[in-house]
Design a protein around this ligand. Structure first.
Ligand SMILES: Cc1ncc(COP(=O)(O)O)c(C=O)c1O
Length: 441
């Protein structure tokens, strides 16, 4: 497959027909930003039902880490499918789940021994982490952050504080969740200068939360994304995570890092928290862990994951086919793709950053590896959010054969498959350049 290469106006006739059928039977809650109807994929390329080929800088929301339908992953899925599809790893034993537990223990970003809990999605991994933290510490409360996204089931949703639509109409939430400011240094929540600041937004936790609202010894865990994903690809300074670790350790809370979006090699290290040198107590994973098959995992130290039988489980969690896909994915990540994310990511970051000289609409470019955010503003001085312009840029990219997604109110996220080549990164940058030119604030 070569591309991008467009054959029809978008959406083409086949795509239009399918979108009409979709509108009648599929939940209206999904956010489709543009009419892409997928037919097949290969590496970082996607072909739609009308034969148009797109360069994919979404990876299906950071999921297809090894590219679309990587042959090794497909083979692993076929091999496992021929043996058995399901037996429930919560009631019985099978090797792929055990082996995956062993391999995750080998790469976990904290000292072992470890045990893993297997679910089907990011939100389930986080639900498991929340429940484990309450059970283990015998405390009720959780600290999360403004701008965070941890999922949409009720426990995770109670921690999520990204877009209001995600919460509005769904209260009451799980009680005992307190939100604190995240270190978004481009828009410092307390108006300080990042060059001289020592993660002072965290003083809110110690000087406000712990004084007025909740005793620190009643807090089970701090849950944090190493890099905020859905919230706008916000990269905090390392000191932010270091100080969180100090607070958690000082008061006996668990530090839970949600690596659902930032993990599995995307940032040029297996886990984004590894860039900071901070050791968490619990890590949650999903998305890129199985190249597209549903799998969510929570890993922690064995002494913490020692809850008795029956306390938590999932019928489908740790499905053997998903585990097989994950084992093949981890091998590819280790062998070359984590490195590729670093190398191509560095190249892509520089290319996107250089666009700032031409396009004043770009307020900030940030990220690590192939997790790159571009924040759009109407004015670099006032930083007024270019919200509608962001949506238009996303559309203009689509019209030119590049798939990107928004993040936060006014950022674009670049989260391609980790097989992206330097040449493909250059193509993406060229199309972004054109898209920015067509959208002036
Ligand atoms: C950081 C983070 N945590 C959790 C989730 C929820 O994952 P899922 O949609 O698989 O439930 C997401 C999804 O975007 C995410 O980005």
């Amino acid at each position: 497959m070569n591309g991008p290469a467009l054959k029809t106006a978008l959406p083409g006739p086949q795509a239009k027909a399918l979108i009409e059928r979709d509108a009648k039977v599929v939940s209206t809650s999904y956010t489709r930003d543009y009419p892409l109807v997928m037919a097949r994929g290969e590496g970082a390329l996607v072909e739609d039902v009308d034969g148009n080929v797109f360069l994919d800088c979404t990876a299906g929301i950071a999921v297809t880490s090894t590219g679309h339908s990587h042959p090794d992953v497909v083979q692993a899925i076929i091999d496992q499918s021929k043996k058995f599809l399901h037996m429930s790893g919560t009631d019985f034993y099978y090797e792929p789940q055990v082996r995956l537990g062993e391999e995750l223990s080998a790469i976990a970003p904290m000292p072992g021994p470890h045990r893993s809990f297997f679910g089907n999605s990011g939100t389930e991994a986080n639900e498991a982490a929340i429940k484990l933290a309450r059970y283990y510490t015998k405390r009720q409360n959780i600290i999360a952050f403004f701008g965070a996204f941890h999922g949409r089931s009720m426990g995770s949703l109670s921690l999520t504080a990204s877009k209001l639509t995600q919460r509005r109409g769904f209260a009451p939430f799980v009680p005992g969740v307190f939100h604190a400011p995240y270190a978004n240094c481009y828009r410092c929540p307390i108006g300080l200068n990042p060059d001289t600041c020592a993660a002072e937004c965290l003083r809110f936790i110690e000087e406000q939360l712990f004084v007025h609202l909740v005793h620190p010894e009643d807090v089970a865990a701090i849950v944090v994304e190493p890099i905020q994903g859905e919230g706008g690809y916000v990269v905090p300074p390392n000191l932010f995570h270091e100080r969180l670790r100090e607070i958690a350790s000082k008061f006996g809370m668990l530090l839970i890092v949600d690596e659902v979006q930032s993990g599995m090699g995307r940032t040029g290290k297996m886990f984004a928290i590894e860039h900071t040198g901070v050791t968490p107590d619990v890590v949650t994973m999903a998305k890129g862990i199985a190249s597209g098959l549903p799998l969510g995992v929570m890993t922690s130290r064995s002494e913490i994951v020692s809850w008795p039988p029956g306390t938590h489980a999932s019928t489908f969690g740790g499905n053997p086919v998903s585990c097989a896909a994950s084992l093949a994915t981890l091998k590819l990540l280790r062998d070359s793709l984590v490195k590729n994310a670093e190398v191509v990511g560095t190249h892509m970051f520089a290319g996107v950053k250089a666009l700032m000289d031409k396009h004043s609409i770009i307020g900030d470019v940030r990220g690590r590896g192939l997790m790159i955010g571009v924040e759009l503003v109407r004015d670099r001085q006032t930083k007024e959010r270019a919200t509608t312009e962001r949506d238009r840029v996303v559309h203009e990219c689509f019209r030119r054969g590049l798939l990107v997604l928004g993040a936060g109110q006014n950022a674009i996220r670049l989260s391609p498959p980790l097989v992206l080549t330097t040449a493909q990164a250059d193509t993406a940058i060229r199309i972004l350049d054109e898209a920015f030119s067509s959208v002036r604030p």
